[in-house]
Design a protein around this ligand. Structure first.
Ligand code: OOG
Ligand code: NI
Length: 319
């Protein structure tokens, strides 16, 4: 029993301690999400009724305001501190958004579990380019600007706010929400949902049943009465043909605005992603194929349409 063995096992238990804190944090974010979004909860239950072994999350996604320290970095710091690596930036000029995705650390202790107990998911964080909005809309997002008393230093507690399901700023007026929605539905969504989990994504190729094929999964979801986001077609396919995505239309929930108005606002949705094997690994057998042999990353063209899952157009569309 050498001293190196002692220190190795000590650092192991330390890193497991910190991993369990990180997973507990993700679990709280997920609990907030499942309690607010009955469609996501039902779909996870439905999928596990057919495919009961393991449901892996491909990624978790969040939205932020790119102003005064409230942007991507405010939430990214948790993931960076727990071993994530920043990858590519994606730009959406028409929506005045940018996004950055993060890959998980490869050392992780509970790869056999489901959801937040399974392989750690990628993370996709976007931000609204607030300085590109009209002066009027910028004024409506002023809960962040010039009013430190109202917003405090909420940006420092982004992950905590997400895990609690709280806003770090004061609730807006209903009129502010409506005006903002006219210019940027993303801005209006973020004003009332804050750092709450925007969606989790089921990794379809890691399922065992025929639902591992995303087209079968889409049919199954629709047959069970759920509405999928149809923007640009239900199935979003990357130009290389290797990243296939689809998503539900967001649920709504009542929100109490600061002027006493109670109105329904869009909340979150659930997504599905199938990553196909890269051409250079085509000859590997089924059992040899790992996640690292598959198409990684995200795709601007797909993402642009997935953002519409919380849009009024999709929410009011007839099934
Ligand atoms: C994110 C939309 C993009 C993806 O996987 O490409 C996305 C959002 O709606 O905030 O989730
Ligand atoms: Ni996504």
């Amino acid at each position: 029993f050498s001293s190196t063995a002692v220190s190795a096992s000590k650092s192991d238990s330390q890193s497991q301690g910190s991993e369990s804190f990180f997973r507990d944090t993700l679990r709280s974010m997920e609990t907030v999400y499942l309690n607010r979004n009955p469609t996501a909860k039902s779909i996870l239950k439905l999928v596990s009724s057919v495919d009961d072994e393991q449901i892996c999350y491909d990624h978790l996604a969040f939205r932020t305001f790119g102003v005064n320290g409230y942007g991507i970095n405010s939430l990214a710091s948790l993931f960076l501190d727990y071993g994530y690596t920043p990858k590519e930036e994606l730009r959406f000029p028409a929506k005045k958004l940018k996004a950055l995705w993060f890959s998980p650390p490869n050392s992780s202790s509970q790869d056999g579990g489901s959801g937040v107990n399974g392989p750690l998911p990628r993370v996709f964080i976007s931000e609204l380019l607030v300085d590109q909005l009209s002066p009027r809309a910028q004024k409506d997002t002023q809960v962040f600007e010039n009013t430190p008393k109202k917003s405090g230093s909420g940006n420092k507690y982004a992950a905590l706010a997400s895990a609690l399901g709280s806003l770090t700023w004061e609730k807006p007026l209903y009129s502010e929400f409506q005006q903002l929605a006219g210019e940027s539905e993303y801005a209006a969504w973020t004003l009332v949902n804050g750092y709450a989990l925007n969606h989790v994504t089921i990794s379809t190729h890691r399922l065992k049943s025929n639902l591992r094929n995303i087209k079968s999964l889409n049919e199954f979801i629709e047959k069970n009465g759920f509405k999928l986001n149809s923007d640009g077609g239900v199935l979003k396919v990357s130009p290389d043909g290797l990243l296939l995505q689809s998503s539900t239309v967001a649920d709504s929930m009542p929100f109490s605005f600061s002027d006493g108005v109670d109105e329904s606002v869009p909340c979150s949705y659930i997504e599905f992603a199938e990553r196909l094997v890269l051409p250079q690994y085509k000859n590997l057998s089924e059992s040899e194929i790992k996640e690292s042999h598959r198409r990684d990353g995200f795709e601007v063209g797909n993402a642009d349409k997935i953002f519409e899952s919380t849009s009024k157009e999709q929410l009011t569309r007839r099934a």
